[in-house]
Design a protein around this ligand. Structure first.
Ligand code: DSN
Length: 423
């Protein structure tokens, strides 16, 4: 791979090879990352990058669209089938763009959105004050009632909704390890006349693989997502509409021409390939194994007395209070784990007393290592190695031994080129 880059641009080649080696020789535990197949990478690097195709299949502004229409229709049809949606827009360039387009489709400036607080697991685009979104729209928040169980305060959410009359009730998260009570969200949305939207970015692959519940089965109107996390596609976004043609038309208008210009057709081709992979029975096994692996890690952390926010996990991710349990800050923990070849991210925990650049927690998960073929046995061992490294953070010799074990696990479980042969 990269033979032409190698000949033409040594500096970029060096960075590409460096990343190939980093990914091969370390364990990726950031729960929003994954390894895509070479088929997805080839489509993403394909000739379609040359083409402008503003508009939608059959309704483009420029000529020469036979093949762009073909891939976009494939991506849309496969997405609709995977998630039980009547409409799909596969053009958003990322998850943030998908959320912004969704807001633009449903809101007028000044309108209110009720979403999950960032510090309790929500996402920046769900209304954090650092985003420009908050200059346009009003965001009000709900939180967990109890950080030890993850229970959401649905009664408080209902009361806020009745008072604030949001146009959107937004479910979804980037650091929340539990399943939500989707029926409650929809009930409250219907009561106040709001649209029920779920940002499924983190769990899209788990939904597609039927390892967790599908919010559409409970009446959610819209789902936004990225395509590169558990769904194991190229970096990008997507918006799904359960059944309303009116909503679908608003979404299409908001994505283009409302927000974006020419869609990245190479990326859409790669989405189509990834959605094709997700339709295979092996993807269902993959999705279920992600959960089993996360539960294996949960057990070790709990047995070793480390506090997990919400008490554990129902999905692919865990959030550990390493500062409270081990006296190691999130930043320190991330750096120590980097030294042993395990990549996680520092993360705030609910009502964190520390700042976001050096919070109390770390967030980690199993989508990427499950792609590598890891099962419960290896995940148990990784959890043990993580805790050992944090507990012996100043013992260089011990850290070196752990690094060597991580390295040999990586060698034994190379990153697969395709998933056809995976059991
Ligand atoms: N950056 C993504 C994550 O890691 O969850 C969310 O945008």
């Amino acid at each position: 791979m990269y033979e032409h880059v190698k000949k033409q641009d040594k500096q970029v080649y060096k960075a590409l090879i460096g990343e190939e080696t980093r990914e091969a020789e370390g364990l990726e535990l950031i729960p929003s990352e994954n390894y895509v197949s070479l088929a997805v990478r080839e489509a993403n690097a394909s000739i379609l990058t040359n083409k402008y195709s503003e508009g939608y299949p059959g309704r483009r502004y420029y000529g020469g669209q036979e093949y762009t229409d073909m891939v976009e229709n494939l991506a849309r049809d496969r997405a609709k089938k995977l998630f039980g949606a009547k409409y799909a827009n596969v053009q958003p360039l990322g998850g943030a763009n998908a959320n912004i387009a969704m807001y633009m489709a449903l809101l007028e400036p000044g309108d209110t959105v009720l979403g999950m607080d960032l510090s309790h697991g929500g996402h920046l685009t769900h209304g954090h004050p650092v985003t420009y979104l908050t200059k346009m729209f009003r965001f009000v928040r709900y939180k967990m009632k109890n950080a030890e169980t993850g229970e959401i305060d649905y009664e408080e959410m209902r009361q806020v909704a009745v008072i604030e009359r949001p146009k959107i009730i937004l479910a979804g998260f980037s650091a929340y390890p539990r399943e939500l009570d989707y029926a409650k969200f929809v009930e409250i949305a219907r009561e106040v006349g709001a649209t029920a939207v779920m940002d499924i970015a983190h769990i899209a692959g788990l939904i597609a693989g039927k390892a967790v519940k599908n919010p559409f089965d409970y009446g959610f109107d819209i789902m936004t997502t990225t395509t590169h996390k558990t769904l194991r596609g190229p970096r990008g976004g997507m918006i799904l509409v359960r059944e309303s043609e009116e909503l679908a038309k608003k979404i299409d208008k908001a994505v283009f021409p409302g927000l974006q210009g020419g869609p990245h057709m190479n990326n859409i081709a790669a989405k189509a390939v990834a959605f094709g992979e997700a339709q295979k029975p092996s993807f269902k096994k993959y999705a279920k194994q992600i959960l089993k692996n996360a539960q294996a890690m949960e057990k070790v952390f709990k047995d070793r007395g480390i506090r997990l926010i919400t008490g554990g996990t129902d999905n692919h991710l865990l959030l550990a209070d390493v500062y409270g349990s081990l006296g190691v800050t999130g930043k320190e923990a991330q750096e120590i784990l980097d030294m042993i070849g395990i990549t996680v991210n520092k993360n705030s925990i609910a009502d964190d007393t520390r700042g976001p650049m050096d919070p109390s927690g770390i967030r980690f998960g199993t989508p990427a290592i499950t792609t590598r073929g890891f099962k419960e046995q290896q995940c148990t061992r990784i959890a043990e190695l993580m805790i050992d490294a944090l507990a012996h953070k100043n013992e260089t010799k011990k850290l070196k031994i752990i690094r060597a074990e991580v390295h040999s696990l990586c060698k034994k479980f190379p990153i697969p080129k395709s998933f056809a042969a995976q059991k």
